[in-house]
Design a protein around this ligand. Structure first.
Ligand code: 5AD
Ligand code: FES
Length: 330
């Protein structure tokens, strides 16, 4: 699709049912009915950054900060493997305590289990990414958040859009399965820029795309901003599936925060991945990127059972594979 076609679909709500069905069909034809589960470990909520929308921003003094150290991370990995997960995702704020050596050690230990490993730990240098890759990391997530450069700079004080883009191209060139994505509903975000986001995903040839609605957080400068629209976020996701047919697309937690059936609706509108939390309850509420996060009172076993039931109820199956991008399926 070209930009104009994407804009037309995003601006017209009369064809939403067609769009979601089309994305569901393209998902089935290209990546099948299997849903890949990724076990998410939110191992530190300490962050040096100031992203205006994010509850973990360092200026937020109200949240209790935590770090989960290597041995405890490994117990979550071990338990995740026992529950049948074939991928773990390590996610954190940009926490300088975990320097390259510490991360490399954690990566090596995790890779002793038979799992694919995804990192989601922020902007790094080429050499750091390379060290993670050499240690065995398979995938890396870093959302572009928005391709509207002016909006990007407004949302990310002291950060640079160019560096964000540089990270993504470095990751691709190092052979990571590279994930990115955007927020939908940021203040002053336009439909045109959402179309550009999708074209950017295509240009990068991203392997994974995560899309979620913006949800205002009380302890951020955007506390009074309007929240993003669930259906618009779903449309951006569906259009992403249509334009990048064989990639992996998660039904994001933020979707479910705005709609109690959000992840299942997403799985029926183009998504093929879910990322349940596999850490213990004590950390979940503290990783408050946005309010109303789901699963904060559940343990890993409960989430696993819950999501498995929901996936089976819509006639889909849970993959036993690591779930890399299916490049050569037509
Ligand atoms: N609402 C929704 N999503 C958010 N993220 C950060 N803050 C918010 C918010 N307030 C998303 C960003 C980030 C991901 C980990 O969480 O897109 O990349
Ligand atoms: Fe956590 Fe449903 S996935 S309770």
């Amino acid at each position: 699709m070209n930009k104009q076609e994407i804009i037309e679909i995003l601006s017209d709500n009369t064809k939403n049912d067609w769009l979601f069905k089309e994305a569901d069909k393209i998902r089935r034809e290209n990546v099948g009915d299997e849903v890949h589960l990724r076990g998410l470990i939110e191992f530190s909520n300490i962050c040096k950054r100031q992203c205006k929308y994010c509850g973990l921003r360092s200026a937020n003094k109200e949240i209790e900060r935590y770090r989960i150290l290597k041995d405890e991370i490994l117990t979550y990995v071990q338990n995740a493997v026992k529950m049948g997960y074939r991928t773990v995702v390590l996610q954190s704020g940009e926490d300088e305590y975990y320097d390259t050596d510490k991360m490399v050690e954690i990566i090596r230990e995790i890779k002793k289990f038979d799992v694919a490993l995804t990192l989601s730990i922020g902007e790094k240098t080429y050499d750091e990414f390379k060290a993670f890759k050499d240690a065995g990391a398979d995938r890396y997530l870093i959302r572009i958040e928005t391709t509207d450069k002016k909006l990007y700079q407004e949302m990310h004080p002291h950060a640079s859009f160019e560096n964000r883009v540089r990270c993504l191209y470095d990751l691709k060139s190092l052979g990571f399965e590279t994930g990115t994505g955007c927020l939908v509903g940021l203040p002053n975000q336009t439909i045109e820029s959402l179309a550009d986001d999708i074209l950017f995903f295509k240009e990068l040839d991203a392997d994974m795309i995560g899309i979620g609605p913006f949800i205002p957080h009380e302890q951020t400068p955007l506390k009074d901003a309007e929240k993003g629209n669930f259906w618009l976020a779903l449309k951006v996701m569906a259009l992403t599936r249509i334009n990048l047919p064989n990639i992996n697309i998660p039904a994001t937690t933020a979707m479910e925060t705005l709609n109690p059936n959000g992840r299942i609706i997403a799985l029926q509108s183009g998504a093929n991945v879910v990322m349940p939390n596999v850490t213990s309850k004590e950390y979940r509420a503290k990783y408050e990127i946005y309010p109303g996060k789901i699963c904060i009172n559940e343990n890993p076993e409960q989430c696993r059972g819950c999501i498995e039931g929901k996936i089976k109820a819509i006639g889909r199956t849970i993959s036993r594979e690591k779930g890399f991008r299916q490049k050569d399926r037509s």
